[in-house]
Write a protein that binds this ligand. Structure first.
Ligand SMILES: Cc1cc2nc3c(=O)[nH]c(=O)nc-3n(C[C@H](O)[C@H](O)[C@H](O)COP(=O)(O)O)c2cc1C
Length: 181
């Protein structure tokens, strides 16, 4: 089974998962900009990974622009975010945001996997720093009004810190899917 791994990563967590997946599957790994021009023929599986930023999926462009070709090949999508995918509420939140972000039909037939990344506040760009400060305020208000949520806890407990939840073993189901198992 020949695999292509495509990734879009701003702070490095998605790239780390993409490289691990490349090792697990013996596949080729390409960054998004290169992948947009790549020839997709000859691959059995294409796995597309992206960081989540305010619900947006960093590799969305690839899925949209190559949608017709991706219908001909087994395709997996993997998101990398701070919220814990062990919590089903977080997974359904990510999936509904993805559904809203793509034209109808683009995601049909694409298997979705959700992985946990990290955050180093010292490395955030100015826009992302402001966005996270706003997000923290929103989460604090939500907690006051509705009580704690897993998403809110994740943001508030790691706010201002350097956290890294990347875990190679979390890739196992995705690697098995890519290998056709
Ligand atoms: C501005 C901003 C918004 C974010 N929004 C989300 C989000 O909606 N959901 C989530 O799970 N993680 C969110 N994160 C956390 C990132 O997804 C996490 O840092 C991830 O590791 C980023 O991937 P990368 O390291 O490959 O860039 C956000 C991070 C930033 C800086």
């Amino acid at each position: 089974m020949k695999t292509l791994v495509v990734y879009a990563s701003k702070y490095g967590a998605t790239e780390r998962y993409a490289r691990w997946l490349g090792e697990e599957t013996g596949g080729k790994v390409l960054e998004l900009r290169e992948a947009l021009r790549a020839d997709l023929t000859g691959y059995d599986t294409v796995a597309v990974g992206g960081g989540l930023y305010a619900g947006g999926f960093a590799a969305a462009d690839f899925l949209k622009k190559r949608a017709a070709e991706l219908k001909q090949v087994r395709t997996a999508l993997f998101t990398v975010g701070l919220s814990d995918p062990e919590d089903p509420a977080n997974v359904s939140h990510i999936r509904s945001e993805l559904e809203r972000a793509f034209p109808a039909g683009v995601l049909s037939g694409i298997r979705q996997f959700h992985l946990r990344g990290g955050m180093d506040y010292g490395k955030l760009g100015p826009l992302h720093r402001v966005m996270m400060a706003m997000f923290k305020k929103m989460m604090e208000k939500k907690e006051r009004d509705e009580g704690p949520t897993a998403e809110g806890r994740g943001v508030l407990e790691s706010y201002g810190k350097c956290v890294d939840f990347t875990d190679r073993s979390a890739l196992k189901p995705l690697a098995a899917y890519c290998r056709g198992e």
